[in-house]
Design a protein around this ligand. Sequence first.
Ligand code: SF4
Length: 297
Amino acid sequence: MTTTTTTMPSKNTETAKNGKKRRAHRGQREGERGEQKRTLTTERRNNVKHESEPPKNWEKTLATIKRMRKNGPLAPVDTMGCEKIAETDDKKQKRYRTLISAMLSSQTKDQINHATMNKLIALNKDTAEGILNTTEDDLDEIIHQVGFHRNKAKYLRAAAKICIEKYGGDIPPDLESLVELPGVGPKMGHLIMNVGWEKPSGICVDVHVHRITERLGWVSESCAVTNAGSPRKRTPEDTRVALEKWLPKDEWVEINPLLVGFGQLYCTPLRPKCSECDVVNLCENAFRDAAPKKSEA
Ligand code: SF4
C-alpha cells in the first residue's frame, strides 16, 4: 500500500528560502552599486567635469554683451558669416550654400570665406551638381585662398557625390548623417542644422565661443584629468556639452554669431581690449591676456 504524505514546509526550509531571497536582493543591490561604481569609474577615468550650475551673473553678462554688439560697430561675422553668405529664397540652395561655407570656414577668416563663396556662386558651383561637375584641380584653384584648400576640394566633391546619391542633391537631414560627410565635424554639423535647416541641434562652439566662455569663467580651462593624472585642456566639444547643461535652448543659435562678433571686435585671441569692454567687472579673466600696461612692460 502506498501512502501519500503532504509535506508542510519546515521552519528550516522557510529560513533557507528567506536567506536565498535576501542573498538575491543583496546580489541585485551589489550589482546596481557595481554598475554605478563602474559608471563613476569611467567618468573618473575620463574625469570630465562639466559645470551643470549656471555661472554667477551669466544673464547680466550676456545682456551686456548683447548691448555692446547692438550699439557697437558691425563685426565681419555680421556681414560675411555663414548665415549671411547662404542667404537666398531657395531653401534647398540655402542649405547647400550653408554646407559649403561651413566646410570652407575652418582655419579661414570670414572675409576670405565670403569672397570664395561669392566666386563659387558666380560660377554656379554652389550646388552639389555644380561641385561634382568640377574637377578637383579646378575646384582647388577656385578655393585656393581658404585654409587647407587641397583637402577641402577633395571633401567638397566627396560630400557632393553622397548628397546626390543619397539625398537628391540636398544636404543630409540630421546631425548624425551630416557628420558622416567627409570633412564635417560636430561644430559644423550644429552650424548647418542651426542655419541650413533652421533646426537648433546644439551650440556651435568655434574658437571664439570656446575662448570667450573660458575667459568669462562660464567654463573652466581644464575639465578633465588624463590617465596619467595631469590636467587635460578643455576641447570645444567639452565646452559645447558644458554650456548646453545650463544655457537656455533659445540662446543656442544666437550665442555663436554674438560671441564670434564680440571676439572679432573686443575679446580678440591676442591682447583682448579689456579696457573697452563693458563686462570687465563680470569677467573672471579680465586683463589676464591683455597687453601689459606701458608702465609694466
Ligand atoms: S574683460 Fe577682457 S577678457 Fe573679459 S570678456 Fe572683456 S575683453 Fe574678454
